[in-house]
Design a protein around this ligand. Structure first.
Ligand SMILES: C[S@@+](CC[C@H](N)C(=O)[O-])C[C@H]1O[C@@H](n2cnc3c(N)ncnc32)[C@H](O)[C@@H]1O
Ligand code: SF4
Length: 408
């Protein structure tokens, strides 16, 4: 539920036009992994030794982080919680339980809030999954990436195909909402191999599948020493095959990389894509928080050690954990909204644009006309939606809305 702004806030918000604040999600970052994968640019660090040594200190840091952040979100209900990483499943169920207990004590959590946790095969056993569920996790997202042993090895994963299968089986015994993360266009991958991966994922009948095109991110080993990847034509064929295979297995492709069975779209991710608010706690976590008169983005200290040292300081200063902070300009606000919402296959309700950005839809009238003329987008009196060409050439569509072309 969106929080109601008080009357004094409303006075200040006239220039923005925000009548209600967007729904608020909570993201909790766990920054450690057993081993750093060669393609990964997330804020994740190889643990040297035993994670339990760090766990208590980090849980205490998260508690302090949340306490310090509270004034920014006071009175607002949390619609979803997401433990991401890194590898959150490295932490004990006791730690996850402690964190969720703190969250519930400090914040009003919606009754049916989606509470997800990312888990990696090779980092949990049967009992741990049951305990995660007992702690309040109600959606598990497993980083499978591939079921092919050779690709798993090339990706530097710590699990093999047998462990991938076992992870899904254990997850399904404990959770009735399971997501599998897969990647495609992998080194030397053929169409048939990609098809086998996706068919295997479908056969489990999980509620949600995310299929990401492997990208070579700067600051990764794969970027420095690029592996041999499928060319653009093969990649496009693989993507089409994935969309068709999942559609014929009754998965709805509701966002570029997200596929859900009916009723199981990810509430947490949908809130991101519809330009909702999120408070991110933990090392390097990002936040986007709307106020009556501004929208603010923040990033917490990225290095886990630095974050923990700051969190342990005796004094409390409101921005002591914030490494970077800026206000989202009016230009950026409209572009950021579109960059997220146009990823959604069904697009967005026109009224959402003003609701989330505070800007009238007429500020982008010319660009909307151009996008429609070029066949990248369609709209009626209620909705704005990318066409299938617009989805495939999303960058071209977004280019039209780049800030220097706006009328603001
Ligand atoms: C936060 S990450 C990692 C989650 C978890 N630690 C894991 O590796 O399974 C979430 C997902 O992003 C995807 N991903 C990470 N790096 C990627 C890349 N370079 N290209 C495409 N997808 C990527 C993977 O599918 C991964 O499961
Ligand atoms: S396990 Fe996940 S978060 Fe960790 S390095 Fe690999 S891809 Fe990145």
């Amino acid at each position: 539920m969106a929080a109601i702004i008080t009357s004094s806030d409303l006075l200040n918000s006239q220039s923005l036009g925000l009548r209600t604040l967007p729904p608020l999600s909570l993201y909790i970052h766990i920054p450690w992994c057993v081993k750093k994968c060669p393609y990964c640019d997330f804020n994740s660090h190889e643990i040297n030794g035993d994670v339990t040594v760090l766990e208590d200190e980090y849980v205490a840091g998260l508690t302090r982080d949340l306490e310090i952040a509270l004034p920014q979100i006071r009175g607002r209900r949390v619609v979803s919680v997401f433990f991401g990483g890194g590898t959150p499943s490295l932490f004990s169920a006791r730690s996850i339980d402690t964190i969720l207990t703190t969250v519930r004590a400090l914040l009003p959590l919606e009754h049916h809030a989606e509470v997800s946790l990312e888990a990696n095969p090779g980092t949990f056993e049967v009992q741990k999954f049951a305990d995660f569920q007992a702690a309040g996790i109600n959606r598990l997202s497993i980083g499978i990436q591939s079921f092919n042993p050779i690709h798993l090895q090339m990706l530097g994963r710590i699990h093999n195909n047998r462990e991938a299968h076992r992870a899904v089986e254990i997850a399904q015994r404990n959770f009735d909402n399971v997501n599998l993360d897969l990647m495609y266009a992998l080194p030397n991958q053929t169409l048939k191999e990609a098809h086998n991966d996706i068919k295997t994922a479908c056969a489990f009948g999980v509620q949600h599948i995310s299929a990401y095109h492997l990208t070579l991110e700067p600051n990764t080993l794969f970027h420095r020493y690029p592996p041999s990847l499928p060319d653009d034509d093969l990649s496009a064929d693989i993507q089409l095959m994935i969309e068709q295979t999942l559609e014929s297995s009754n998965y709805i492709n509701y966002e570029t990389s997200a596929f859900a069975q009916f009723g199981y779209k990810s509430k947490h991710n949908l809130n991101y894509w519809l330009f909702g608010d999120y408070l991110g706690i933990g090392a390097g976590a990002h936040s986007k928080i709307s106020f009556a008169d501004r929208i603010v983005r923040q990033m917490r200290y990225k290095q886990p050690r630095e974050y923990l040292v700051k969190a342990a300081l005796g004094v409390i200063v409101s921005d002591m954990l914030i490494q970077e902070q800026h206000e989202v300009s009016l230009d950026d606000r409209q572009f950021e909204f579109l960059m997220n919402a146009l990823r959604l296959t069904g697009g967005f309700e026109t009224r959402m644009f003003q609701k989330r950005t505070g800007l009238s839809i007429t500020t982008i009238q010319q660009q909307l006309d151009e996008a429609e003329r070029r066949g990248l987008m369609v709209r009626d009196h209620q909705c704005i939606m990318p066409t299938s060409t617009g989805r495939r050439f999303l960058n071209d569509l977004l280019q039209i809305f780049l800030p220097e072309k706006s009328n603001i």
